[in-house]
Design a protein around this ligand. Structure first.
Ligand code: PLP
Length: 396
């Protein structure tokens, strides 16, 4: 058939060779996936993990990334979503129905709390708050369906009593979901984290942070070990239409090879900053679970055998520094940029007013304005100098 140019450019005769070896896996972009014939169409099984029938159900590019994320986190199955928050939404909407009780830590990732409060108002789900460093505060009723864990919480950085919280949940058949963004699958293995081989049921991860590593891509994942659980999530994932682009998956896949090195480096730089920050008189408190003075240090130590941490460290300014002074400090910083998120090359700073963020008593936290530093890949000495200079501008 002699084709006119407009048709020829759509039906190009050049096919990708079957075997060409490249460092990165080939990138598939697909909404439509073309069936060989009607037999293939009628025999498709989109719920199989390796069935290619439509872009929303996955391509080799997204499955490759998903396999790797599951591997890193110590699980078996992985679903990819367009953001970390959409991964949280997938879990909440898959398992919570009217009348179910869901337990969240007082230091929970804020948007997860907002999401659950919305479900509470509209669908009659009951949200209960526990103190992550006090497993006794977790008192599930017969209606309890799900508990969310975060290790550590991403602003005040308490590492939870993971072992006792998970034991309590398992004893009552309550699903355990972990927001694993901080540990990234590297600080500890969520699917085998104690001598008794305790495991969470579901691990969500904001791939936006360390796996992307660039501060430029939004993505989330939901990892499980149990096939039935995975399939429940898989069906909800499909009917919600929360799929990701092949281009984004390929970008994250490309960054994965360096993730462990970046995490280690950021972990070490953060410890250097932690030690320096602790010596500064302007701070009422410096918050990091690796600090032996930290209220949750023992939980971090027993769980994170690698002794690694995400590159986050928070400070609470002494109460004589009011909001205006702390804002001035943040505005003076040159290398630390003011912005949400973490895990990228650029160090970031964010300020929080704790009074507006917590529901339970928190005697372990001092009064004052909290500033969180996210440590990027710069030389830590330059970062210290940057903070020192900004502090001089507000010294009283
Ligand atoms: C960033 C973050 C999320 C959400 O990820 P997005 O991709 O920004 O939606 C969830 N949990 C934690 C702990 C995070 O830091």
């Amino acid at each position: 058939m002699k084709l006119k140019p407009q048709t020829a450019l759509i039906h190009s005769p050049r096919q990708a060779p079957q075997y060409i070896h490249t460092v990165q896996p080939p990138l598939f972009r697909a909404s439509t996936i073309i069936f060989e014939n009607t037999d293939a169409l009628f025999n498709r099984h989109w719920t199989d993990d390796y069935d290619y029938s439509y872009g929303t159900h996955g391509t080799p590019t997204t499955f490759t990334l998903g396999d790797n994320i599951a591997k890193i986190e110590g699980g078996q199955y992985c679903l990819l979503t367009p953001s970390g928050l959409s991964a949280i939404n997938l879990v909440n909407s898959c398992f919570l129905s009217h009348g179910d009780e869901v337990w969240v830590a007082d230091n929970i990732y804020g948007p997860n709390m907002e999401h659950l409060r919305n479900l509470e108002q509209r669908y009659g789900i009951i949200v209960k708050v526990y103190d992550p460093i006090c497993a006794d505060s977790f008192q599930p009723s017969e209606q309890a369906k799900l508990i969310w864990l975060e290790a550590a919480g991403s602003v005040t950085l308490e590492f939870p009593d993971l072992i006792n919280l998970v034991k309590k949940a398992k004893a009552k058949n309550i699903l355990v979901a972990l927001d694993n963004t901080w540990g990234a699958g590297l600080a500890f293995n969520a699917f085998d984290f104690s001598q008794e081989h305790l495991a969470v049921d579901i691990s969500i991860h904001a791939l936006t942070k360390y796996p992307s590593g660039g501060g430029d891509i939004l993505m989330g994942s939901v990892v499980t070990q149990d096939r039935a659980l995975h399939h429940q999530l898989y069906r909800m994932h499909a009917i919600q239409g929360i799929s990701i682009s092949g281009d984004d998956a390929a970008q994250v896949q490309r960054s994965l090879a360096s993730m462990q090195l970046r995490y280690q480096h950021q972990s070490q730089s953060t410890l250097k900053l932690l030690n320096w920050l602790k010596q500064q008189a302007v701070f009422a408190q410096v918050l990091h679970p690796a600090d032996p003075d930290n209220v949750s240090h023992a939980y971090w130590k027993e769980t994170c055998e690698t002794q690694q941490s995400a590159g986050l460290v928070s400070v609470i300014f002494k109460s004589e520094f009011d909001l205006a002074a702390v804002r001035k400090f943040c505005d003076q910083l040159q290398l630390f940029k003011l912005g949400f998120s973490w895990g990228g090359p650029v160090s970031l700073v964010m300020l929080y007013q704790l009074d507006q963020m917590r529901q339970l008593e928190r005697p372990h936290l001092q009064q004052g304005i909290l500033v969180r530093f996210c440590i990027g890949l710069e030389d830590p000495e330059d970062l210290i100098y940057d903070i020192q200079t900004a502090l001089q501008a507000i010294s009283i």
